[in-house]
Design a protein around this ligand. Structure first.
Ligand code: ATP
Ligand code: MG
Length: 724
């Protein structure tokens, strides 16, 4: 028993929470006040001092990264590994339950998880089958509708159509979508939670078992639970459970995904004996950073209101940089990062946070040019890349022939002469006979399909059967390797010209390494392949290969929740980007954006930079914007404006592009011709990308990063660059 170790470095309020008697407890406190610390110490306290078995603890948090960190902290407090501790995300824990109780949950044993992209494809296919026009029935909206219903715990039969024909159609689509998923054994993210809830609700004995087992429920980031997650927790807590929830109403940033900050009030009603602990001392940030965060969030109307203070030093002022454009912004950030790293600081202590994933590309380019290693969390994740999903689709079919979305994905990939018409006939047959595409293909290949199509379809089916036979009993990474070879994918991408094909092959090879490094939880009763496929869907992007290299961290502000870094950049603070265009005219939406800004600012421990660009090209569109209103909400005395470096040259926006050839015959104000990031070809230097431009008219010059010749400045009038 090591009471001192667990209680040292806790203040009085934190200690009260950690050592509280076994009754429901809610910790409500601002950013960086030690909520997560209290949660991990509580777990250690229960195990080590109260003698609670690790098996009767269930800890939930928001990301896999946070879960891994939490486990590490608990283990280091206890000085031993705790293998039987259930700790994870809501989705991860729900998945674990469903794997254990697939029968009771009404799922096939080898059910597959589909991600948001698969889900949308599935909906598109459904619309086609029902001959509904995609422009009227927008797949994204239907997807949103379905997920929102599931997040509220509703099945199609529970939803009232309010006599609205549009709504009726949405409900009908939800129903058909559900049928397709049932048939294929497919489970989307929202379904994981809903099923896990129904599993307990409809199996009282099972519920009783888990209620008796998990008495202590520890929940981090409680403000961001949605209806179904909360309902699930309540079921589990039952009458005798001891929920311990920590959260911050000012950091609720998932309203758009159904999160309800009201659960904080609900908790106190649902567990009338609950005590509430408030933590008010911030240990993370300098006084300057904390004041800025407090000042920004004070502009929100609906708050519980908290008084957060620190004993920490004043610290450095918040530095604001106004960039000309997104390239200049990226260069500025990379310059500071390089200084940081040159001064001997760990690169992983620096984070660049942005509002939207698409902002990362320009930052990544600048980092690559500067030779600074970095890591992107989220964004286009490894497991979401098209070629990886192709390979996974083969593997899924090996595991489950009835997986329609995988079947359709690869029936003609690589191309094997199965046209859209043949696929359409299979779909029609599948629909008419309520069977999977695989069965449909088998049934009609020999008579309904034309000769060539028929033999291609049969060859495909034989291929899958053969792959299944040949990979049986092999170690996971040999299975994966076999699948990418035998499927013909490697061959297929090899024929694709240039770098892109090569990158895809490299990624496929990386998939084999990922499989090699993957170790399934031995407690789970599923094949290594199924475990790997679930892992790919659930933990996409969180296990990148270079995890151990010291690199700069790039992520959205959403995914930075709960984390902290000595050096933080908040970039793209422009009205329209952050706060996001959608929310500017919606007061509740604007408040949510402001909470996100509060989350962003409070990630910083020592140094905070805020940057914005006058002009930005995003999603292929140029826009000119005002600095974000959130910048103005930071009190002047906390801020220092960074003066632009003298050698920065204002880029030219006025170069014309006569017949696809860059020329210096420019009339200022003419159509925007070349742009930063534009690919060009030079007679001698080959292909490259425009990094910078300056000067006008006959003096216009561009800086081009050539693939082989390196970076060069060229005078446009002489360079004869071809646009590509
Ligand atoms: P967030 O709202 O961002 O999730 P949080 O409330 O969960 O923040 P923690 O991450 O637990 O806060 O703690 C913030 C930082 O303060 C951490 O580095 C933690 O180690 C440190 N800290 C917390 N409590 C104390 C304490 N009593 N003494 C010293 N350091 C502390
Ligand atoms: Mg926390």
């Amino acid at each position: 028993m090591d009471v001192t170790r667990i209680l040292e470095d806790l203040n009085d309020a934190q200690r009260t929470a950690v050592t509280a008697p076994p009754a429901p407890l809610l910790v409500i406190a601002g950013a960086g006040s030690g909520k997560t610390r209290v949660l991990t110490h509580r777990a250690a306290w229960l195990i080590d001092v109260e003698g609670v078995s690790p098996q009767s603890l269930l800890a939930v948090t928001f990301t896999n990264k946070a879960a891994a960190e939490m486990r590490g902290r608990i283990e280091s407090l206890l000085g031993m590994p705790v293998n039987h501790l259930w700790i994870g995300t809501f989705h991860g824990l729900a998945h674990r339950l469903l794997r254990r109780h697939w029968q009771e949950a009404g799922l096939p044993q080898n059910f597959q998880i589909i991600d948001s992209d698969d889900q949308q494809r599935l909906i598109k296919r459904l619309l086609k089958n029902l001959e509904l026009d995609e422009s009227r029935w927008v797949p994204r909206e239907i997807q949103y509708f379905i997920n929102a219903q599931k997040d509220e715990g509703l099945r199609p039969q529970h939803i009232d159509d309010d006599n609205d024909p549009q709504r009726r159609q949405f409900i009908a689509l939800y129903k058909s979508y559900q049928d397709v998923c049932e048939r294929g054994g497919l489970v989307d993210f929202a379904e994981l939670l809903l099923r896990a809830h129904e599993l307990w609700r409809d199996n009282p004995e099972l519920l009783a078992h888990y209620q008796a087992r998990f008495r202590h429920l520890l929940v981090d980031e409680f403000q961001d639970t949605n209806a179904i997650q909360y309902a699930w927790l309540r079921l589990l807590a039952g009458r005798d459970g001891v929920p311990f929830a920590v959260g911050d109403d000012d950091q609720s940033i998932y309203r758009w995904r159904g999160a309800r900050v009201e659960h904080i009030y609900r908790f106190q009603k649902d567990f009338p004996k609950a005590s509430v602990v408030k933590l008010e001392q911030n240990y993370r940030s300098t006084a300057t950073i904390l004041k800025a965060a407090n000042a920004v969030i004070a502009n929100n109307g609906s708050r519980m209101g908290k008084n957060l203070w620190t004993e920490g030093a004043q610290g450095e002022p918040i530095r604001i940089y106004s960039a000309y454009n997104e390239r200049d912004e990226a260069d500025f950030i990379v310059g500071r990062l390089r200084d940081w790293s040159d001064q001997g600081n760990p690169r992983a202590d620096a984070a660049v946070l942005y509002r939207s994933n698409a902002q990362s590309r320009v930052l990544e380019e600048a980092l690559i040019n500067a030779g600074l290693p970095y890591r992107v969390y989220g964004g286009l994740r490894f497991f979401e890349r098209a070629e990886i999903k192709d390979a996974l689709a083969y593997l899924r079919l090996i595991s489950n022939r009835d997986d329609d979305s995988s079947f359709e994905r690869v029936i003609n990939r690589p191309t094997r002469g199965v046209g859209a018409r043949s696929v359409e006939s299979m779909r029609a047959y599948a629909r008419a006979n309520s069977c999977s595409m695989w069965r449909a293909a088998g049934a009609i290949a020999s008579d309904e399909l034309g000769g060539r199509a028929a033999s291609s379809v049969l060859a495909f089916m034989t291929l899958i059967e053969r792959m299944a036979r040949e990979t049986q009993g092999l170690e996971l990474h040999y299975q994966v390797d076999h699948a990418i070879q035998a499927s013909g994918l490697i061959e297929f991408f090899r024929k694709e010209k240039g770098e892109r094909g090569e990158t895809k092959i490299e990624n496929l090879e990386e998939l084999v390494s990922a499989a090699k490094g993957f170790s399934a939880d031995p407690a789970e009763e599923m094949s290594a392949l199924d475990a790997f496929l679930s892992h790919a869907a659930l933990e996409a992007g969180e296990g990148q290969a270079d995890a151990w290299e010291d690199c700069v961290q790039l992520m959205t502000m959403h995914s930075a929740k709960g984390l902290e870094f000595p050096l933080v950049f908040l970039c793209g603070l422009e009205d329209g980007l952050f706060p996001h265009q959608r929310s500017i005219s919606d007061p509740a939406g604007l408040e949510e954006e402001r909470r996100l800004c509060y989350v962003g600012i409070t990630r910083a421990k020592k140094i905070l930079y805020v940057t914005h660009a006058e002009q930005r090209r995003l999603h292929g569109m140029d826009s000119f914007s005002q600095p974000s209103r959130f910048i103005a909400e930071i009190p002047d005395e906390l801020v220092e404006e960074v003066r632009p470096r003298v050698h920065v040259s204002r880029p030219v926006h006025t170069i014309t592009r006569p017949r696809g050839r860059l020329s210096s015959g420019i009339s200022p104000g003419a159509e925007l011709g070349i742009r930063l990031g534009q690919r060009v070809r030079h007679g001698k230097f080959g292909d490259g990308v425009i990094l910078n431009c300056e000067g006008q008219g006959a003096h216009a010059r561009v800086e081009v990063n050539f693939e082989t010749a390196g970076t060069k400045w060229l005078v446009l009038g002489y360079a004869n660059l071809d646009l590509m």
